[in-house]
Design a protein around this ligand. Structure first.
Ligand SMILES: C[S@@+](CC[C@H](N)C(=O)[O-])C[C@H]1O[C@@H](n2cnc3c(N)ncnc32)[C@H](O)[C@@H]1O
Length: 219
């Protein structure tokens, strides 16, 4: 019987060109012993399409790991575009820089090392120029705070995308004691109540299991 995973593999082969550059990004992340929790190739392409659809020139990424999604997003940028990528783990941040350089997008990737909440507070205080696209993919318990920063740092018409918001369906469990589920539920409730946001969630299945992306349009 075909499965969500085999469908994912078929769709990847059908829709995406073989991509030795992105494969090498994953190899470098593996060599650095980073966990294999990057977005899938189809999800990377999905993020790229979303970023291009809002003509993103400035992208904020919260949670970079080895830079797989970072490189996908950097490739979606026009010349002079930038991805500002926040990462707490110095080894991961170093891998992002190496991957950006090896992928030919070093000039488009700025990695800011440290706890994202602190970096975002600094950026907000400094009056950072607005972002067109925000990808939230770091510690789930930080998501509610990241949403506030993302809205504050986004331009009107920007998209805010958050990964892993379905959590094998546990998101529907209002009694969950899992701190990540509770935090993601709070994120979605905040997004729903925010007067500037229109939000939906697309559940995802495939090589990354059952999860989902929240997508908010900033009005
Ligand atoms: C799921 S991985 C990111 C995957 C990456 N976006 C991709 O798809 O290629 C989550 C990353 O968030 C980072 N992270 C966790 N807590 C963080 C924090 N408080 N501030 C910044 N980064 C954090 C982790 O070190 C990890 O590299």
């Amino acid at each position: 019987m075909e499965t969500a995973e085999s469908a994912d593999r078929y769709l990847q082969e059908l829709l995406l060109d073989p991509d030795p550059v992105m494969a090498a990004v994953l190899e470098r992340s593996d060599a650095a012993h980073l966990p294999q929790i990057a977005v899938s190739p189809l999800q990377g392409a999905f993020l790229s399409i979303l970023a291009r659809s809002v003509k993103a020139g400035r992208i904020l990424e919260i949670g970079a790991l080895g830079g797989y999604s970072t490189v996908w997003l950097a490739r979606a940028l026009p010349e002079n575009g930038v991805v500002v990528s926040l990462e707490i783990d110095p080894k991961a941040a170093q891998t992002v820089r190496a991957n950006a350089a090896a992928s030919g997008v070093a000039d488009k990737v700025r990695v800011l090392e440290g706890p994202a909440a602190e970096t975002l507070a600094d950026m907000t205080e400094r009056g950072e120029a607005p972002f067109d696209f925000v990808f939230i993919d770091a510690d789930k318990t930080g998501y509610p705070a990241y949403l506030d920063f993302a809205v504050a740092l986004a331009r009107k018409g920007a998209l805010i995308v958050a990964d892993n918001v379905v959590r094998k369906g546990e998101i529907a469990n209002s009694n969950s004691s899992d701190a990540m589920v509770v935090a993601v539920r709070t994120y979605l409730e905040k997004a729903r109540a925010h007067p500037r946001l229109q939000t939906s969630v697309i559940q995802t299945v495939g090589v990354k299991g059952h999860d989902g992306f929240a997508i908010s349009l900033v009005g």
